[in-house]
Design a protein. Structure first.
Length: 209
């Protein structure tokens, strides 16, 4: 079973509390999503492999550590996932970025995939699928399905706020993937919004209704 982790760093919790507020502006919301994603990145990338490298300091030659060149890919679920990309890229600027676009079918209320654009060597990469919300789990499950269908085997899901129902469904559908969130909230309401949540992340990021 993949790892499930709530990253409860004080800075993340503080910024998340501001993010949740109704009074937080679009500009501030966008900046906070980026900042929280960046702070989460420290924990999400804790197990990146290192290798020894010889360097020269002003004093002497020495053997030190550097990242072992593992290929990374950040894949946001459109559209809200885009808000997390720059924060993560600021830590690993060499990572490739893919995109998975989905919309909700008005009748079935299920997510439908309309765009998948990934690095050609996705099967060789450690993939970080990102979306601010893990609510029903439908989009995350379809996102992981899309990645696996195209050869990805090493996948982690990163979100800001999760509902227990979504976590359970994603773990049942894809028990092999790690899940990281900044908060595990109380529940879903009748409209499948996370409670207490932060509203519609896409609308708040882009100023739409």
């Amino acid at each position: 079973m993949g790892n499930f982790q709530v990253i409860a760093h004080p800075l993340i919790q503080h910024k998340l509390s501001i993010l949740r507020r109704t009074t937080t502006s679009t500009k501030d919301f966008r900046e906070l999503v980026n900042e929280i994603a960046m702070l989460m990145g420290y924990e999400v990338w804790r197990d990146l492999p290192l290798e020894d490298v010889e360097i020269e300091t002003p004093i002497t030659k020495t053997i030190q550590k550097q990242l072992a060149g593992k290929k990374l890919a950040i894949v946001p679920i459109l559209r809200a996932g885009i808000g997390m990309v720059d924060g993560l890229l600021s830590l690993v600027p060499a990572a490739k970025v893919g995109h998975i676009g989905m919309y909700r079918d008005e009748e079935t209320l299920e997510p439908v995939e309309y765009l998948v654009k990934l690095p050609e060597d996705i099967e060789q990469r450690q993939v970080f699928l990102v979306d601010p919300m893990l609510a029903t789990g439908g989009s995350a499950i379809l996102g992981v399905d899309s990645l696996k269908k195209r050869g990805a085997t090493n996948i982690k899901f990163v979100c800001l706020v999760a509902a227990p129902e979504g976590v359970a469904k994603l773990r049942a559908a894809h028990p092999d993937i790690d899940i990281y969130t900044a908060a595990l909230d109380e529940k879903l309401n009748e409209q499948s919004y996370i409670v207490p949540g932060l509203g519609d992340a896409g609308d708040r990021l882009f100023g739409t209704k």
